[in-house]
Design a protein around this ligand. Structure first.
Ligand code: PLP
Ligand code: COI
Length: 339
């Protein structure tokens, strides 16, 4: 434990003291249990293994200068998990159970919440899987909901330094009427191949276009997209992107600092007009974009000439972090303090 180098954490898994689990059987959720094992025993015909009945969430807890631990917008994550449950026919996890289990997982692993000055945080990963045996394509009657936590640093190793991203028109992440708006494992499986290719070519992430027409910006593999132009925060409206809680928060903060907010389809060519661009999400926070290369069109859009984040992205980043770490008052009720 003394050996954790808090300031140099990456976005990776580290074993903590315990995880928290609840089981759905006979139409009811069990009382949450803490479990020290990192393993699950599963039936080989469980629906999560064969038919993708799996959804997850991602949220964070932050230790402030005052030593208090703050969890960011956990109710929103509970609601989004419920939307994923409806999307792939899984038993709904009630908000109250979700919140109780998040709090328990953080309380029991307090010593893994990084110190304030490290800039790191505790990543909380709720996971819901279908555990009942089925061979026919059908939803399970039994589910396991578990939450583990792990201390993490920045998702992109460059942190707040702008990185290049890439459009690869030969790959899609999610279909317009498919599962793009919910947080299910299959979307991430679909992004692995293009993601790996992008990394090999030196890009930090793939920026997907809408799968139907390839005309509009959708989102990155692990984060939403936004652009800044003329004091306006512009972010896609699409049938195939995840409703990011970070993006929703940034839209509110953007209005607070006097920007206009536009949520609408963004044609790819509009990239040429943006003064700044970024990816946003729980893991990504704000990851400013250096440049976007549209490979098959042989086009390149540059957002940072000096390799630094733009002033609006910087302002939004600091404002969001200030609320998360408790340096600014929580005027929107986004924070739950862990007592
Ligand atoms: N888009 C995708 C595909 C993601 O995986 C994530 C991460 O959760 C986001 C966007 C950002 O969402 P949030 O801000 O709620 O973490
Ligand atoms: C998150 O930001 O919480 C994510 O889930 C992104 C990625 C790690 C899947």
């Amino acid at each position: 434990m003394n050996t954790i180098d808090w300031s140099n954490l990456s976005f990776g898994y580290m074993k903590t003291d315990c995880n928290v689990r609840s089981y759905y059987r006979d139409g009811k959720w069990s009382e949450p249990e803490t479990e020290t094992s990192e393993y699950l025993t599963l039936h080989m015909a469980a629906t999560c293994l064969h038919y993708g009945q799996e959804a997850f969430e991602g949220l964070k807890a932050f230790r402030g200068k005052d030593g208090k631990i703050r969890i960011f917008r956990m109710r929103e994550n509970a609601l989004r998990l419920q939307s994923s449950c409806r999307g792939i026919m899984m038993a709904d996890v009630p908000t109250e159970l979700f919140e109780r289990m998040v709090l328990l997982a953080v309380e029991k692993n307090r010593r893994f919440v990084p110190p304030c000055e490290s800039g790191a945080s505790l990543y909380i990963r709720p996971l819901l899987i279908g555990t009942g045996a089925q061979v026919g394509v059908k939803q399970s009657k039994e589910y396991t909901f578990l939450i583990f936590v792990t201390p993490t640093g920045p998702y992109f190793k460059e942190g707040f330094k702008p990185t290049p991203m890439v459009i690869m028109r030969e790959y899609d992440r999610a279909a317009p009427l498919g599962t793009g708006t919910i947080k299910v494992g299959g979307n991430y499986a679909a992004s692995l191949r293009s993601g790996e290719k992008a990394h090999e070519m030196g890009y930090s992430a793939v920026l997907y276009l809408d799968a139907k027409e390839k005309k509009y910006i959708d989102e990155c593999g692990p984060a939403n997209f936004f652009g800044i132009r003329d004091n306006t925060y512009i972010t896609p409206r699409s049938e195939s992107i995840l409703p990011s809680i970070t993006n929703k928060s940034l839209m509110q903060l953007a209005e607070e600092i006097g920007l206009t907010v536009e949520r609408r389809p963004i044609p790819v060519e509009e990239l040429a007009t943006f003064e700044e661009a970024g990816a946003c999400g729980t893991a990504a926070v704000i990851s400013p974009i250096l440049r976007i290369d549209d490979l098959s069109e042989n086009k390149s859009y540059e957002f940072s000439k000096d390799g630094k984040a733009g002033p609006v992205s910087e302002k939004l980043y600091h404002k969001l972090r200030a609320i998360q770490y408790g340096d600014e008052p929580d005027k929107y009720g986004w924070i739950t303090v862990v007592e």
